[in-house]
Design a protein around this ligand. Structure first.
Ligand code: ATP
Length: 245
């Protein structure tokens, strides 16, 4: 077992002529909550897509638990379903739940790797315990849920496959402060009780850094700061640019 569950080394990702990630390195410590903060367009979503094999690397490599999962050498990179089955769960930006499916069906979609029906039922009841509101709404279409409930469903769906690490893309986006707090409390609980490592990217720097042990700051495709999260909260550059002080 490696100390860092995810190790990203000097990765570069391009969209045509645009360098979206300009050679960045990040280590996500096992068992902890680690965050990446940055403004709109900094490259945060691109980074998460690269980790799950949805954007090819022009340079660099990504290891998960000491094993290569993505590389600029295409033949050494794994397909997304293989990456997910190794234990990486992604909660995409904008809580992309299946709007026309019920809450329960959405959760079942997250269990596509599980063959055992009893195990799927067990995972579903774990999710209903974690998110009681989802149990109440289990037969409702996902489209009828509030934004916060959809975010809970997106997290629950990712947890159905019992990932070792949860990647979250702006879990607080567009939600009211009280709902954001509730979502972050649940993320902390999943990390603490289920021992799931968390890597979250956020524009809401205060919320993300307060929940994390370690943080990175990204500006236009480059990591400009990396430190213990509590120190970043006190860092004058972070306070000025990201905490509105
Ligand atoms: P947001 O908060 O808006 O999600 P982000 O930090 O996640 O921002 P990315 O979505 O990763 O940023 O975008 C990084 C850069 O790459 C931006 O300049 C964006 O316009 C560009 N970009 C993203 N996706 C594509 C694409 N499919 N084709 C071309 N350019 C893209």
């Amino acid at each position: 077992m490696s100390e860092h569950l995810i190790s990203i080394r000097d990765i570069q990702v391009n969209y045509g002529n645009i360098q979206a990630l300009k050679g960045i390195s990040i280590d996500v410590p096992e068992g902890e909550i680690c965050c990446l903060i940055g403004a709109n367009g900094a490259g945060k979503t691109t980074l998460l897509k690269a980790i799950v094999g949805l954007e090819p690397l022009v340079a660099g490599s990504i290891e998960f638990d000491g094993q290569l999962i993505a590389s600029s050498e295409k033949r050494k990179s794994l397909a997304t379903n293989e990456i997910v089955s190794r234990g990486i769960g992604l909660v995409p930006e904008g809580r992309r739940v299946f709007a026309d499916l019920t809450v329960e069906e959405n959760l079942e979609m997250g269990a596509f790797l599980i063959r055992d029906e009893a195990r799927i039922r067990e995972k579903k009841s774990e999710m209903f315990e974690l998110f009681p509101i989802l149990e109440k709404r289990r037969r409702q279409k996902a489209a009828s849920l509030s934004g916060g409930e959809q975010q809970m469903l997106a997290i629950g769906r990712a947890l159905m496959s019992s990932p070792r690490v949860l990647l979250l893309d702006e879990p607080g986006l567009g939600l009211a402060p009280l709902i954001i707090k509730h979502i972050f409390d649940i993320i902390a609980r999943v990390n603490r009780e289920e021992k799931v490592t968390v890597f979250l990217v956020e524009q809401n720097a205060r919320m993300a850094l307060s929940a994390s042990t370690k943080g990175y700051v990204m500006e236009t495709g480059t990591i400009v700061l990396a430190d213990e999260a509590r120190l970043l909260l006190e860092n004058p550059r972070v306070r000025g640019a990201y905490l509105g002080e």
